[in-house]
Design a binder for this molecule. Structure first.
Ligand SMILES: *[C@@H]1O[C@H](CO)[C@@H](O)[C@H](O)[C@H]1NC(C)=O
Ligand SMILES: *[C@@H]1O[C@H](CO)[C@@H](O)[C@H](O)[C@H]1NC(C)=O
Ligand SMILES: *[C@@H]1O[C@H](CO)[C@@H](O)[C@H](O)[C@H]1NC(C)=O
Ligand SMILES: *[C@@H]1O[C@H](CO)[C@@H](O)[C@H](O)[C@H]1NC(C)=O
Ligand SMILES: [Zn+2]
Length: 342
């Protein structure tokens, strides 16, 4: 069963890439998955008893997606597995976190795909694989000389570094178009990068959100509140962490936020959705910010390597980010005390 799930995961990752590239970015990826699962179910319904491997074969034939790579991996599916593919897909894509929380979630679910991917690949492996693929490609075309060239190796190296940054160092950050943000009002101010700090907040209201739909709705509500009630140009935070396993893009890496009065030009404001006075977000959500977002910022040249982390209350008269969360971040590597409040 594990082999089946891993192979399905690999195949789905590949198909998602194809689906996403060919579609409008504003359309939610979960909608694509529903369509895909629908197509799988239809194939299963019209061919009762069809084994998962055969379902996948029939789907990939329809999509004209039948290259060596796919054949190589799909060939390893254990065709004696009895679970139908649509149920594997539902477990993977529709796992409900609400009951158990992110820390208790199984490993093979879609929100953890980047964590899993990180364990499977590294720069040297990718470099070797890409060079080997290029070698095959050029041999097929009868151009055996090209792959020897140092320039190609250098180019692949640069591409791999960029890929590693984007898909391994960085966490999944849901872009504004996906949570259906309104446009920025007025003219945003570009930050002078790299910045030297990250400020941690909690949103206080409402309860933590455990699904993409809840978190996206909350992002929209918070943006409306900041724009219409507070009279700001946009949602104040640079990034927002949900309890659904995702980070959400607020003002992002490039634009100055409105989160930590008097300090918005020197740091990013990152808020956890929820009231963390007495309890903490899931360890996995904390790690998304403490580890992933931070290393993404540093390797992308947005944060200095020795950046400092502060709780909102250290700089402004507020209880934010809540007693429990504040006690937690005090143990983080980049946390710094401030001699006295200004
Ligand atoms: C794969 O199928 C073989 C029988 O063909 C079986 O012995 C083996 O346990 C299966 N492996 C998994 C992971 O289900
Ligand atoms: C990269 O991954 C491969 C395959 O998992 C492993 O053999 C190798 O030791 C890894 N290299 C580094 C530098 O981690
Ligand atoms: C936040 O949590 C604390 C401790 O549980 C509670 O006293 C406070 O009323 C909560 N605030 C809101 C806005 O719910
Ligand atoms: C970070 O490093 C820079 C350059 O080495 C140094 O000037 C700065 O004081 C350091 N900042 C902190 C907070 O240690
Ligand atoms: Zn705050």
């Amino acid at each position: 069963m594990v082999g089946m799930e891993l192979t399905a995961e690999l195949f789905l990752t590949l198909s998602m890439v194809c689906f996403c590239v060919g579609s409008k970015v504003s359309v939610l990826s979960s909608w694509h998955m529903d369509l895909f699962i629908g197509a799988v179910q239809q194939t299963e319904d019209s061919n009762p008893g069809l084994e998962p491997l055969a379902v996948v074969r029939s789907l990939r034939r329809t999509a004209s997606y039948e290259d060596f790579f796919v054949r190589h991996f799909l060939g390893e599916i254990n065709s004696t597995d009895e679970e139908v593919l649509s149920s594997v897909l539902k477990k993977y894509y529709h796992h409900h976190l609400e009951e158990l929380g992110l820390d208790a979630a199984p490993r093979l679910i879609s929100v953890l795909r980047r964590e899993n991917f990180r364990e499977l690949v590294n720069a040297s492996l990718l470099q070797t694989q890409v060079m080997a693929s290029l070698d095959v490609y050029w041999r097929l075309r009868g151009e055996t000389e090209v792959v020897q060239e140092v320039a190609v190796e250098k180019m692949v190296h640069e591409g791999v570094q960029e890929f590693i940054h984007r898909y391994i160092d960085c966490p999944v950050i849901i872009p504004r178009c996906q949570w259906r943000a309104r446009p920025y009002r007025g003219t945003p101010t570009r930050l002078a990068l790299p910045l030297s700090s990250m400020f941690i907040h909690h949103t206080h209201h409402p309860k933590p959100c455990h699904t993409f739909q809840q978190c996206a709705a909350y992002m929209r509500a918070m943006q409306s509140f900041h724009q219409d009630v507070r009279g700001w140009d946009d949602i104040g935070y640079s990034f927002v962490a949900g309890s659904d396993g995702y980070l959400y893009e607020g003002r992002g890496w490039q634009w100055r936020g409105a989160h930590t009065r008097g300090h918005n030009s020197r740091g990013y404001g990152v808020a956890f959705v929820g009231n963390y006075t007495a309890t903490l977000p899931a360890q996995r959500s904390l790690e998304q910010v403490r580890g992933r977002l931070a290393s993404c910022g540093v390797s992308g040249g947005r944060l200095v390597g020795n950046f400092t982390m502060y709780g909102h209350r250290q700089l402004v008269d507020t209880t934010c980010p809540g007693d429990a969360l504040y006690a937690e971040i005090k143990g983080w590597q980049h946390f710094r005390e401030i001699p006295s409040k200004q």
